[in-house]
Design a protein around this ligand. Structure first.
Ligand SMILES: [Zn+2]
Length: 275
C-alpha cells in the first residue's frame, strides 16, 4: 500500500484505483504516424509515446516515413481498413502538398467510421493542397499558415473539461509557432486558446493583438472522437508537463477511458505501476 501511495503522489495524475492493475484490461493500442517536413519527428515520437505511457495504459506502434518530404504518401494509408486492430491513431505528420481526394478519403474513412484520433501541429497543414474542406472537417478547424515564433499565453477555456483537469489558467510557453485558425467547425469545442502577438519595435517585447487562436480542441467526426492541438513545433513545449498531461488525458478521452474528474478509468492508468 505504501508503494501505491508513493506512485499516486509522484504522478499526481492518477488515483490509485485507476492504475493499470485491472486483470482483464488490455492496454490501449495506439498507432502513431509521423514524418514529413520541418520538425524533429524522430525525437517527438519518443516524447509522445514515452510521456503518454508514463501516464496511461497505452502501447505503441510507430510508423515514420517520408523523411522531410512534403508530398510523401504514407504507405499504410493506401490500404483499406488501415487502422483495424488499433484503439486510436495519433497523427503527427507534415505532408502539405498532397491533394489526391481518393487517397485522403481512405485516411478519413477510418476515423469517420469510429477510430479515435489525435491530430498534432503540422497535421493541421497536412493535405493543405486539397481543394475541399474534407480533411478540415475531420480536424475540426481550418488553418493554412502561422506567424513568427513568440511565447504563447495558453489560456484554459474549459477548466471543467476532464481533459483540462490540472491545466493552469494560463501556461506561458517558450517561443512557439501559433497557427492562425480561420474557422472552427460546428462539431468542435475549443478547450484552450492563445493570442497572436506583435513585437514592439522600440522595446522588443511581444504584445497581444486582438487575434485569438484556438490551440487545443475536441471534435466529433462521424463516429470518431478527435483531440486536436496546434501545439507544439518545439520539443521543449511538447515535453512540458502541461502538454503531456493534456495529451494523455486527451488520448484516454478519445477512447472513452477518461472519467469525469480527468482520471483514467480503472485499469487505464500507467501500466508500469503494476511492475
Ligand atoms: Zn511547426
Amino acid at each position: 500500500m505504501k508503494y501505491l501511495t508513493f506512485i499516486a503522489a509522484t504522478l499526481s495524475f492518477v488515483s490509485a484505483a485507476s492504475l493499470g492493475f485491472g486483470a482483464d484490461v488490455q492496454p490501449l493500442k495506439a498507432l502513431y504516424i509521423t514524418g514529413g517536413c520541418c520538425h524533429d519527428y524522430t525525437k517527438q515520437k519518443l516524447i509522445i509515446s514515452e510521456g503518454v505511457s508514463a501516464r496511461a495504459n497505452v502501447t505503441w506502434e510507430i510508423v515514420q516515413e517520408g523523411g522531410n518530404a512534403t508530398k510523401h504518401r504514407v504507405s499504410l494509408y493506401e490500404k483499406p481498413g488501415w487502422s483495424k486492430g488499433y484503439d486510436i491513431v495519433v497523427h503527427n505528420e507534415c505532408f502539405a502538398d498532397i491533394e489526391d481526394p481518393a487517397f485522403i478519403e481512405n485516411v478519413l474513412a477510418e476515423h469517420r467510421n469510429g477510430t479515435p484520433a489525435v491530430v498534432i501541429h503540422c497535421t493541421m497543414h497536412t493535405f493543405r493542397s486539397l481543394k475541399t474542406d474534407d480533411w478540415r472537417e475531420f480536424l475540426g478547424v481550418k488553418t493554412t499558415h502561422h506567424g513568427p515564433q513568440h511565447p504563447l499565453d495558453v489560456r484554459n477555456l474549459k477548466a471543467e473539461s476532464p481533459i483540462m483537469q490540472g491545466f493552469p489558467e494560463v501556461w506561458t510557453t517558450i517561443n512557439e509557432e501559433l497557427y492562425a485558425i480561420d474557422k472552427v467547425f460546428p462539431t468542435a469545442t475549443v478547450l484552450a486558446s492563445a493570442m497572436e502577438k506583435k513585437q514592439d519595435k522600440a522595446t522588443g517585447k511581444w504584445v497581444d493583438t486582438t487575434k485569438d487562436n484556438p490551440v487545443v480542441w475536441v471534435n466529433q467526426y462521424g463516429k470518431g472522437r478527435v483531440l486536436g492541438t496546434t501545439l507544439a513545433h518545439n520539443n521543449v513545449t511538447m515535453q512540458n508537463t502541461n502538454y503531456m498531461n493534456m495529451m494523455a488525458r486527451g488520448i484516454l478521452w478519445a477512447c472513452d477511458k477518461l472519467d469525469e474528474k480527468g482520471q483514467p478509468k480503472p485499469g487505464y492508468g500507467p501500466a508500469k505501476s503494476a511492475q
